[in-house]
Write a protein that binds this ligand. Structure first.
Ligand code: DON
Length: 598
């Protein structure tokens, strides 16, 4: 009742035509007016309700992404003869237009590519620290939403590299639909309206001058909140994308866009220079690979921790007597063993993983022998306190200060498959839109270990491998994953969610590969997460599944945290390797769209 009344009040307030300049003031009014009623931005901008997972099936190609527009762009590229890599590049650009909180040309990521009869590769385009940083830079940096938090963006070089090596259609043709949609406008759906309103309604975004460009680019022209059915026109972005389409990545790294990024750095006090942009390279890496039963699992290699940590978990479970017989959806025994695998793999992640150009990563981490050793330390009946497995990582006492991402999966009619995750780090990155370009910069520098030497019980990690250094790539948890069976793509999966990404992926791998649950159930069902520290088992509480096993888990020594939030947003494809039929499943946790080529 309260929600309905206030929502209509909010609408009434905003149906009065306001000039663009009034936006900040009106939002401040809104905050002041709703505060006495105990309401907040979430209540006047309600989250879209839960919908069923999106499912599509087909033999001629499949695209599953966060937005209907991006899936349509990918599907159209496949339908006109492009391959999965062309579609993946088109989707990545289309997400910049249709899901700006995470879709990005100002961020970075990892694209896993499988081609028949070829080794799986990972196109790695993680951001880099600017050359001018030093190990003490974090001493002075206290804000997440600041240009100094932006790593040198990798997306445009990464997409160009993937296209040049593995694509088929002309580069320009792939980008064209996104130029048209940003120039002529894109229909806003409930998810995009919610996303844009969420950032625009934040008091500090409304107040501070440095966010003026974000308000100009993403604010509704009439100064009211976005609603489903509105049109979002992004004229500056159309110009940037046209430059990239016509001139290639050099427009971004050396040309007019580089100039604008450098100007933004000057204005805002950032360290990234034109030289940093010019020097940026993306690379093709050998992915992490491991056998698991009849399957081969491939994951992103460092500087992502995703592939290594997911594989470690799966191999630990393989070394255990993992119960598969029960019909109940997540039994206490299953959650216990998986949590212990999570705990141990996250400890190893903290100890060893970082940018391989700077740190040496032991090869034994992903061996079955190592998994067996770790599995042998698990008590089948009781939780192991995280402090007990810290080993030589020194733990410190003290407070924890807390700090977006999108995954898509594509397969084409010839069996070329892509599993790709890219990010701005937080939702809308550092919230700074580079003036005149229509895109946001990431705040990925926050993925380095902020406080060297300071690893605490609340989850701050200060280990050596991921400390800040000039030109270094920050450690990621992105886990675009591919499972092959008999050399053919079987499952493509990944998710957003920071460190939870790793566990969202392992939750789904266990359900599909071990428990033989259909992908739609595995994506639909509630997820759980443990990351070593904090020593807390957090789970999605909405379905009541975990309520049934709470007492059992507590008796085993777990500190549990039922959570009303949503863990990730997994977009997956599973293939029947005998019939060749691909089933695409889009998560309900955000907007998503699964489209098959007819
Ligand atoms: O690379 C990483 O692991 C993080 N920057 C990802 C952040 C993320 O997934 C936030 N999204 N929900």
């Amino acid at each position: 009742m309260k929600n309905i009344r206030m929502s209509s009040y909010y609408e009434m307030l905003y149906t009065i035509p306001l000039r663009r300049a009034m936006i900040p003031l009106s939002i401040v009014w809104l905050t002041l007016l709703t505060a006495p009623f105990g309401l907040n931005a979430q209540e006047v901008n309600p989250r879209p309700p839960r919908e069923p997972v999106k499912v599509a099936e087909g033999k001629h190609g499949m695209v599953v992404t966060d937005t209907p527009f991006a899936s349509q762009v990918g599907r159209d590229i496949l339908a006109k003869g492009g391959n999965a890599v062309d579609a993946a590049v088109g989707v990545s650009i289309a997400l910049q237009v249709s899901w700006p909180e995470a879709g990005n040309i100002g961020g970075g990521g990892f694209m896993m590519i499988s081609r028949p009869d070829e080794e799986v590769v990972c196109v790695s385009y993680r951001e880099k620290a600017p050359a001018a940083v030093n190990e003490h830079s974090f001493d002075k940096w206290k804000e997440h939403y600041h240009v100094y938090m932006a790593g040198v963006p990798g997306t445009v070089r990464g997409l160009a590299l993937a296209h040049e090596k593995y694509g088929k259609l002309p580069w320009k043709e792939i980008i064209e639909p996104s130029i048209v949609a940003s120039r002529d406008g894109l229909e806003v759906d409930a998810y995009l309206a919610y996303s844009l309103n969420s950032v625009l309604l934040q008091g500090f975004i409304q107040k501070e001058d440095r966010f003026a460009e974000l308000r100009r680019v993403y604010g509704h022209p009439e100064g009211r909140p976005w609603r489903a059915g509105d049109r979002l026109v992004q004229s500056d972005l159309a110009v940037s994308l046209t430059l990239i389409a016509e001139e290639g990545p050099s427009a971004f790294y050396e040309g007019p866009i580089a100039d604008k990024i450098a100007d933004e750095m000057q204005r805002g006090g950032g360290l990234m220079t034109k030289q940093d942009l010019k020097d940026y390279t993306a690379k093709v890496q050998t992915p992490i690979k491991g056998e698991f039963g009849p399957y081969t699992i491939y994951g992103a290699a460092p500087p992502s921790s995703g592939g290594t940590t997911v594989l470690m978990q799966m191999q630990i479970l393989e070394a255990l007597d993992f119960p598969t017989g029960q019909k109940d959806y997540w039994t206490a025994d299953q959650v216990h063993l998986m949590t212990e695998a999570m705990r141990r793999s996250f400890r190893e992640r903290a100890a060893w993983l970082g940018d391989p150009d700077f740190v040496s990563i032991p090869e034994h981490l992903i061996t079955k022998e190592h998994a067996k050793k770790l599995a042998a330390t698990i008590d089948p009946t009781k939780a192991t306190p995280s402090t007990e497995i810290a080993g030589d990582i020194e733990l410190t006492e003290g407070p924890y200060e807390s700090p977006q991402t999108t995954h898509f999966s594509v397969i084409d009619k010839d069996g070329i498959a892509v599993s790709s995750t890219y990010t701005l780090e937080e939702t809308f990155g550092c919230r700074i839109v580079v003036k005149g370009t229509g895109f946001l910069l990431n705040n990925e520098m926050g993925d380095f270990n902020w406080y060297p030497g300071y690893t605490n019980h609340e989850g701050k990690i200060g280990t050596k491998a991921n400390r800040l250094a000039p030109g270094k790539r920050m450690l990621s948890s992105m886990s675009p994953t591919m499972v092959l069976q008999d050399g053919k793509p079987k499952l493509l999966i990944g998710s957003p969610g920071g460190r939870t990404i790793i566990n969202t992926v392992s939750n789904i791998l266990v359900q599909t590969l071990v428990l033989n649950r259909p992908l739609e159930e595995a994506i639909d069902g509630p997820r759980f997460h443990h990351q070593w520290f904090p020593d807390v088992l957090r789970y999605e509480a909405s379905d009541g599944v975990f309520a049934k096993i709470e007492d059992d888990l507590k008796a085993r020594g777990y500190t549990i945290q039922p959570w009303s939030g949503r863990q990730g947003c997994a977009q997956g494809i599973i293939v029947d390797t005998e019939t060749g039929v691909a089933k695409g499943v889009g998560d309900w946790r955000r907007g998503s769209s699964a489209l098959a080529v007819e």
